[in-house]
Design a protein around this ligand. Structure first.
Ligand SMILES: [Cu+2]
Length: 157
């Protein structure tokens, strides 16, 4: 007995199955090759020990060269530490951000600085601030009841 399946239908079942296997192979290969992390996530951190883990135990701005800065940020509901950084115009700033609790966003609109902040990971993003001004740094991933007040400032002199 058995179910009768048309020859062409049998062919298409095989084709659909082959496509499925191919996609799974592509996704698996990509995941293994990329180490299963988004590209901006360069380093891992214990999210329960952020406040004891250097350099995030002392969040803030560090000058690393002529016109070059590194800014270490901790995002937690509903604020960023540091709350404000001040840099001279022309500064190249690399932001390193991690979360002490939930998923946050880290965005400085109109600069291209935009990354997700995932607990357990350090996200890195750079920007050269050419013109003076006060830039708003906001959380753009909904993170809870106070999400809309989660902001900080980048002041360029
Ligand atoms: Cu947030």
């Amino acid at each position: 007995m058995g179910i009768h399946i048309e020859r062409t239908e049998r062919i298409w079942i095989r084709v659909a199955f082959a496509i499925l296997v191919f996609f799974l192979a592509v996704v698996t290969t990509a995941a293994v090759v990329d180490g299963l992390v988004p590209p901006s996530h360069i380093q891992s951190i214990d999210p329960t020990k952020v406040s004891e883990t250097p350099p995030f135990d002392k969040p803030g701005l560090r000058k690393v060269g002529e016109g070059a800065y590194e800014a270490y940020y901790v995002a937690r509901i509903f604020s960023f530490a540091p709350n404000q950084i001040d840099v001279p115009a022309g500064s190249h700033v690399t932001f390193y951000v991690t979360s002490a609790d939930v998923e946050h966003g880290f965005s400085v609109p109109e600069t291209g600085v935009n990354t997700m902040v995932t607990p357990g990971w350090v996200s890195a993003v750079s920007h050269t601030f050419k013109t003076p001004g006060t830039f708003l740094l906001i959380c753009n991933e909904y993170c809870g009841a106070g999400h809309q007040v989660m902001a900080a400032k980048v002041v360029v002199h």
